[in-house]
Design a protein around this ligand. Structure first.
Ligand SMILES: [Zn+2]
Length: 257
C-alpha cells in the first residue's frame, strides 16, 4: 500500500491500495476493492478483510462513498459504518466523505482519478475526496477544505492534504473538449500544455488540485508523485486509461487511530 510518510506518526491511518496482496484473479488481480467491476463479491470482501487487518481497523468500520464525479461532500458517522461494503450503499452522488469520529474508516475508489486525503491534526478530523478531471474542475478539494473549516472551525492553515497516486501529466492527454473546460478557469490555465505533435493537450491534475487548495489558504500539501497509468506501474496500480474497463479498483482509505 502507498502511505504518506508525513502522517506516519500521527493519528491519521491512511493508505492507497496497490494491486498486491489480495485474492482476486484475472483482470482484478489481486487487490480489487470495487464491488461494481464484475469481480466475485466474496473475493472483494476477503480483500477488505486483508486490508482491514493490515491497517488495524475493523471490517465493519468501512464507510464507502458513491462516486459520480460531483463535488458533493458528506459528513459520515459511526451509524454509517458498513455503508457500501458490508451493507448496501445508501448514499447517492457523494464524492467526498469526512468525519471526526473514531471507528469510521473512509473508503473512496480510484483507477487514475486523483485521491485527495485530508487531515486536520488540531481537531483530529479526516476526509477523502475523489477528484477526477471533473471533480478537479469543480474544485472538490476546496469544498472539502471549506467543510472542515465550517464544521470543525479549523483554520485553512491547519488543514493538511495528501494528493495520492493518480494519472500523471504525461499520461493525461486529452482533446480540446476537456482542455477548453480547464482553460476557462483562470487558476488552471498554466497547467494545460499543448502538444504540437499530437494536436492534443496534457493537463497536470496534481498541480490543479494543489493550486485550488492553496487559493483558500491550505499550504501543507504533500504530493505522492506516483502515476497509476505509466506502463512501468502496470503491476502496481489499476488504471482506466491504460487497461480500459476490464480492471479492478483501488481504494483510498482513512481512519482515526
Ligand atoms: Zn503516467
Amino acid at each position: 500500500m502507498f502511505t504518506f510518510k508525513e502522517w506516519e506518526k500521527t493519528a491519521a491511518i491512511q493508505a492507497y491500495t496497490t494491486r498486491d496482496g489480495g485474492v482476486s484473479t484475472g483482470v482484478y488481480s489481486s487487490m480489487n476493492m470495487g464491488f461494481s467491476r464484475g469481480d466475485a463479491v466474496a473475493a472483494v470482501i476477503t480483500n477488505y478483510k486483508i486490508v482491514a487487518d493490515a491497517i488495524g481497523v475493523e471490517l465493519e468500520s468501512f464507510v464507502a462513498s458513491n462516486q459520480t464525479h460531483t463535488k458533493n461532500i458528506r459528513f459520515v458517522k459511526k451509524s454509517d459504518c458498513g455503508n457500501g461494503v458490508t451493507k448496501p450503499n445508501r448514499f447517492t452522488d457523494v464524492d467526498g466523505i469526512y468525519t471526526n469520529e473514531k471507528g469510521v474508516t473512509l473508503v473512496t475508489y480510484y483507477a487514475d482519478c486523483v485521491p485527495l486525503f485530508f487531515y486536520a491534526p488540531t481537531v483530529t478530523a479526516i476526509g477523502m475526496a475523489h477528484a477526477g478531471w471533473r471533480g478537479t474542475v469543480l474544485e472538490i478539494g476546496k469544498s472539502m477544505a471549506v467543510a472542515f473549516n465550517e464544521r470543525f472551525g479549523v483554520p485553512f492553515s491547519e488543514i493538511e492534504v495528501g494528493i495520492g497516486p493518480s494519472i500523471c501529466k504525461n499520461c493525461f492527454e486529452v482533446h480540446n473538449d476537456v482542455s477548453d473546460i480547464f482553460m476557462e478557469k483562470e487558476i488552471f490555465k498554466e497547467f494545460v500544455t499543448a502538444n504540437a505533435e499530437s494536436g492534443k493537450f496534457n493537463i497536470d491534475l496534481w498541480a490543479c488540485n494543489k493550486k485550488s487548495l492553496e487559493s483558500v489558504g491550505v499550504s501543507k500539501i504533500y504530493v505522492a508523485g506516483e502515476c497509476t497509468c505509466c506502463p512501468n506501474n502496470a503491476d502496481k496500480f489499476f488504471s482506466h486509461r491504460r487497461d480500459g474497463a476490464e480492471r479492478g479498483l483501488a481504494a483510498g482509505l482513512m481512519a482515526i487511530r
